[in-house]
Ligand binder design. Structure first.
Ligand code: NAD
Length: 370
């Protein structure tokens, strides 16, 4: 198959959908790979590295879209890319159709085959192409939190791990899923006193078993949250209710209970945030203060560490990309239910229920495609 990797052109997107290692794998299976010039630059990969791995470099995005049967990307195509997409072309990338009506209509019109990373789903209902980004964001939340706890950055002025004779900081993690687990591990590793809260007792039991001694688990409810935020220096918001807006677990009135200079990192901001006072921020201007509490609410945290994020993402996407290239989308999706769940818009038909419902479009059962 002929595979094309365009350079991401969305603002501040430095990830790339395929590494030189991925090119080598695809070439080993007999596929041809075209990479747009400088596509890997933001993630630290040179055109030479891609060439040595067996890819051909094309100077323009038009040439990449023009020649490829399958386009592998990171972010959804933006408006300037719409006219480049060909009928029957397979696009394997994050789409998030339910949050963009223009994108949905554009892909219907282009009659492409749109396989969305975010809806590829395993039989245990986990989302294997979202997990790596939650891992990155969860770990990064502690790094960012530690930074903004420094006095010159507006924080309380406390070191997460303390030193001999001085107590460490208290870190409260709301949600014990992927983000919360990674945050707790990082904070614990730095020597902080960590508490994870979740509403799932089986999850708390699991975390209690695997976490080091400086991590406690506590049932998440309003009473316990009110009590614990009073002693917290850093609070991480990592809750998720699938398909719904995140619940406001820390309300505005609760901020008065906290110490001035407390830092709150709302990782769940992409689902509306789990603090009432959260509003999305960017890497250029990541924080703001409400009632003396520092809020960090960057909606695309992994974008700040493109090297790590690219490798984490491509480790997860490559096996699927290989299947698609080896078998073609129709056979691969017919044989593999995980991939089939990724199909959202195919040849002008919406085959993912959530997308059809979001934009009041006719829905076609994916089974009708096979
Ligand atoms: N900002 C970013 O850059 C970024 C990056 C990656 C992920 N995220 C977001 O982070 C959030 C968490 O993702 P995840 O992969 O960890 O999800 P997950 O499903 O693995 O974990 C969510 C956890 O929240 C728990 N939960 C639900 N309601 C709760 C409540 N009231 N109190 C405490 N816990 C509760 C669930 O039981 C679950 O364990 C998602 O909204 C995700 O989209 C943001």
């Amino acid at each position: 198959m002929i595979i094309g990797v365009p350079k991401e052109i969305k603002n501040n997107e430095n990830r790339v959908a395929l590494t030189p290692a991925g090119v080598t794998e695809l070439r080993k299976h007999g596929h041809t790979v075209y990479v747009q010039a400088e596509a890997g630059k933001g993630s630290g990969f040179t055109d030479d590295q891609y060439t040595q791995a067996g890819a051909s470099i094309l100077p323009t995005i038009e040439e990449v879209y023009g020649i490829a049967e399958m386009i592998i990307k990171v972010k959804e195509p933006i408006a300037s890319e719409y006219p480049l997409i060909k009928e029957n072309q397979l696009l394997f990338t994050y789409f998030h159709f339910a949050s963009s009506e223009p994108l949905t209509h554009a892909m219907i019109e282009r009659k492409a085959v749109c396989l969305a990373y975010e809806t590829v789903e395993k039989t245990d209902r986990s989302l294997p192409l979202l997990v790596p980004m939650s891992e990155v964001a969860g770990r990064m939340a502690i790094q960012e939190g530690a930074k903004y706890l420094e006095k010159p950055m507006g924080g309380f002025g406390i070191l997460l791990g303390g030193v001999a004779g001085v107590k460490p900081a208290n870190v409260l993690v709301l949600g014990g899923g992927i983000v919360g687990t990674q945050s707790a591990k990082m904070a614990a590793g730095l020597g902080a006193n960590v508490t994870i809260m979740d509403i799932s007792l089986p999850r708390l039991r699991y975390l209690e078993d695997i976490m080091p001694a400086n991590v406690d688990t506590v049932m998440s409810n309003e009473y316990n949250i009110r009590e614990l935020i009073q002693g917290a220096n850093l609070i991480i918001g990592g809750v998720l209710i699938p398909g719904a807006k995140a619940p406001s677990l820390i309300t505005r009135d609760m901020l008065k209970l906290m110490k001035p200079g407390t830092v709150m990192v709302d990782v769940a901001i992409d689902q509306g945030g789990c603090f009432e006072t959260s509003k999305a921020t960017t890497h250029e201007d990541p924080i703001y203060e409400v009632d003396g509490v520092v809020h960090y609410c960057v909606a695309n945290m992994p974008g700040a560490v493109p090297y790590t994020s690219t490798l984490a993402l491509t480790n997860a996407t490559l096996p699927y990309a290989l299947q698609l290239a080896n078998q073609g989308w129709k056979q691969a999706c017919s044989a593999n239910e995980e991939l089939r769940k990724g199909l959202n818009v195919v040849h002008g038909k919406v085959v993912f229920k959530g997308v059809a419902e979001a934009w009041h479009l006719p829905y076609t059962d994916v089974k009708e495609l096979f």
